[in-house]
Design a binder for this molecule. Structure first.
Ligand SMILES: *Cc1c(COP(=O)(O)O)cnc(C)c1O
Length: 397
């Protein structure tokens, strides 16, 4: 079947919740993807900050195949070795104490919110606790996650959300302080906002939020689903700041393509929050997903993925900054590590479509920002190739 025929079939069968790019992808290799007609694309999206190690990685594929031949699923009523290994490794790289595996980012957020409410409930026995979230945040599409997502467009048709959520502004400590009451149980934020436009937290802001939380025994939940797993050059972005969360969420690159997430907490929270019967999942952390996490974390170390991010990211920043200087319709660049945004004074859909035609996969964050979240194994040569194609597209504007 031809590409266009597949696309028509897709439009007949799938719910229309995405405006998909007009391409049917077939396979991947390293930092390249191929469509079903064999056309090659340089990928600067990695499945939205997921495929950190590059596609068709032999060591990763072999580890998954070996696990498939052993057992894929057993349920969380029994122990399994891959989950134990994955949890130990995740504790080590995050410095957190306890792990709960989920199937997605949104579910990790749900668990984190439940843990925070239970922690507060055990303190005062009340059921009217409040959570502070930030404008322009994105935490996922389930009801709890949507309730703390600071974008009314995503929420409106689905109201009412879960109650007692207040919104403050990123990098404005006073606006957070103004939301605090004696009912506040948690503050949830992305260390670097992703979907909302690639806004890194400023150091003083995150330090201020942490101090506020310490003062009032409010839990700090950091959502590292997009910015975590090495994307900013540290395993978790908060590790750049010297500010540790009480609860954190991780997903996206955690399984490098196998759908999995996790929320983690400190011993202090674990000792006094979710307990037997409070939370569960049929699939979460099943042997296949856990084998993926375990192998991904091994490969991060063996292949010195963070070193590569810290080598290539400054080069990417420099090249993007040159574009900001050259084109007056590009306003600025923002980001950390291999999570960058180019802010335009106009919609970027045309640029992204042109790039796709020329064999470069890019994605937006909001209507006027091009987001760069490539595989973490990209090279400077890949950056040069990307900039060359992007420049051609920009010259045609
Ligand atoms: C993608 C994302 C989520 C939601 O993850 P899903 O796996 O799509 O449910 C939550 N928070 C952030 C910061 C994200 O980028």
């Amino acid at each position: 079947m031809k590409m266009q025929e597949y696309i028509e079939e897709a439009e007949q069968a799938l719910l229309h919740t995405y405006n998909r790019y007009q391409v049917v992808l077939d396979k991947g290799d390293g930092v390249y993807l191929y469509d079903i007609e064999g056309k090659k694309y340089l990928d600067f999206v990695s499945g939205i900050a997921v495929f950190a190690l590059g596609y068709n990685h032999k060591g990763y594929n072999d580890a998954l195949k070996a696990q498939i031949d052993k057992v894929i699923h057993t349920s969380n009523y029994y122990y399994n070795v891959p989950a134990i290994e994955a949890a130990k490794k995740l504790k080590k790289v995050s410095g957190m104490d306890r792990v709960f595996f989920t199937n997605s980012g949104a579910e990790a957020i749900e668990g984190a919110l439940k843990a925070a409410r239970k922690y507060a409930y055990l303190k005062d026995g009340k059921t009217d606790h409040e959570i502070i979230a930030l404008h322009h945040s994105f935490h996922g599409r389930t009801f709890g996650a949507l309730s703390v997502t600071g974008n009314p467009k995503y929420r409106e048709a689905f109201e009412p959300m879960i109650g007692n959520i207040k919104f403050a502004d990123m990098n404005d400590l006073d606006s957070v302080k103004n939301c605090v009451t004696d009912k506040t149980c948690a503050i949830i934020m992305e260390t670097v906002q992703g979907e909302g436009g690639i806004y890194p937290a400023q150091k003083e802001f995150l330090e201020g939020v942490r101090a506020l939380c310490d003062e009032k025994d409010i839990l700090l939940i950091l959502d590292e689903i997009q910015c975590g797993m090495g994307r900013t050059g540290a395993m978790y972005a908060w590790q750049h700041y010297g500010v540790k969360p009480d609860i954190m969420t991780t997903a996206k690159a955690l399984g490098c393509g196998v759908p999995v997430g996790a929320f983690l907490m400190t011993e202090k929270v674990a000792a006094s929050s979710l307990t037997s019967g409070d939370h569960g999942t049929t699939y979460g952390g099943n042997p296949l997903a856990a084998a993926a996490i375990s192998k991904v974390l091994d490969l991060f170390e063996e292949e010195k993925v963070l070193d590569n991010v810290n080598t290539v990211a400054p080069y990417l920043e420099e090249k993007l900054d040159e574009l900001v200087k050259k084109y007056d319709f590009i306003e600025t660049r923002r980001g950390m590590g291999l999570m960058q945004g180019l802010v335009f004074d106009r919609p970027v859909a045309d640029v992204i479509n042109k790039a796709l035609e020329k064999g470069l996969i890019l994605i937006n964050a909001g209507t006027s920002i091009i987001r760069f979240v490539p595989p973490l194994v990209i090279s400077k040569e890949n950056v040069d190739a990307m900039i060359e194609i992007l420049t051609e597209c920009l010259d045609e504007l």
